[in-house]
Structure formats: C-alpha cells, structure tokens
Design a binder for this molecule. Structure first.
Ligand SMILES: [Zn+2]
Length: 178
C-alpha cells in the first residue's frame, strides 16, 4: 500500500494546513532533472502542489505535510518571483534553482537554506505544540540540518547550518515556554 491509495484522505488532511494544497505524484521523468535521489527520496513543493514519490507510505506523507505546506506559503510570499500566476512557467527555472539539487553560488544558497530552515521550524512548532518530546523534535531538526547539507547541493557550510538550526530551535523553545 502506498499513499496513492489514500490520496483523498491525505488531501483532506493537508487542507488543514493550507487550503489551496494539491497532492500529486512525482512520477514524471522531468523530476530526474534533480537526480534520482531528488525524484525518489524527497517531496517537492511547486506553487500549490506537493509532488510526492509514489512509493511513499501514507505515514511518510503525513510526516512532511506541515513542512511542505509552509513552502506553499513561501511561494505565496515570493509569488512575484517564483510565479503563481500567468507567468508561472518563468518561475519554474527559478524554483529549480532554489529547491533542486543544483549547486548554487553562495548568496543564492543562503536563501535556500533560510527557506528550508523556515519551513522546518514551522513543523517543529507544530510537533512541540502537539506534545512531541522536545528531544525528539531537536533530533529531527538536526537530522534535517544534515539533509539540507547533504542533498540540497551543499547550500551552506555544515557547521553554519547546524548552528542556525540550533539557534532557531532554542529560540522557539524559549518562546513556547513563556
Ligand atoms: Zn523543504
């Protein structure tokens, strides 16, 4: 059983986080542009659509919904740049630059790192507010910091990523304990 069997249920669950979201499979060969790992291991958000590897289980999909829906919000915030309107086709190459495993000059890589940190931190907050142990959430933040380093085209030096993720996590714990 893959998530595709449960698509309607998951779609309804995702709408809680973002009303406009559409779940889609990542079957198109076009995704190979970012390499085999990019196509098979990662969900990718483009505009309002979250593209998900079709071999994933429903649980895997649930574990990324908050993070990916935050990317939809980012697209909305940067809509003029990434293109959610009639100019969308021009936004797609820009999107690939920011999200796919394309090695970037350091300034653009910084933007990608910030977008990922922002998206993941929304997920940490969601998990913490729903009673997940802070150690577990912290572990998740560190393993995602590692993913960002390893699979996102080395966007930013690893010690800096880990530092940035830790800083954000600690700030969040403080603000939630107030
Ligand atoms: Zn992301």
């Amino acid at each position: 059983m893959t998530w595709v069997n449960d698509k309607d249920v998951l779609q309804a669950e995702a709408r809680v986080f973002d009303k406009s979201v559409k779940l889609k499979t990542k079957n198109s060969k076009l995704w190979l542009v970012g390499g085999k790992n990019f196509k098979e291991l990662f969900a990718t958000t483009l505009g309002h659509s979250i593209y998900i590897p079709s071999a994933w289980t429903s649980e895997q999909v649930r574990s990324v919904l908050v993070h990916e829906c935050r990317h939809i919000k980012q697209f909305r915030m940067f809509g003029w740049l990434f293109g959610m309107g009639w100019w969308a086709p021009a936004g797609i190459p820009l999107f690939l630059l920011f999200y796919a495993a394309v090695p970037l000059p350091i300034g653009l890589a910084w933007i990608r790192y910030r977008l990922e940190l922002d998206a993941d931190s929304v997920f940490w907050k969601f998990a913490l507010k729903n009673g997940v142990d802070k150690e577990i959430v912290h572990q998740r933040s560190m393993s995602f910091a590692n993913t960002v380093f390893k699979y996102y085209g080395w966007p930013w030096p690893k010690p800096w990523i880990v530092w940035g993720f830790n800083r954000k996590f600690n700030k969040m714990l403080k603000s939630l304990s107030k």
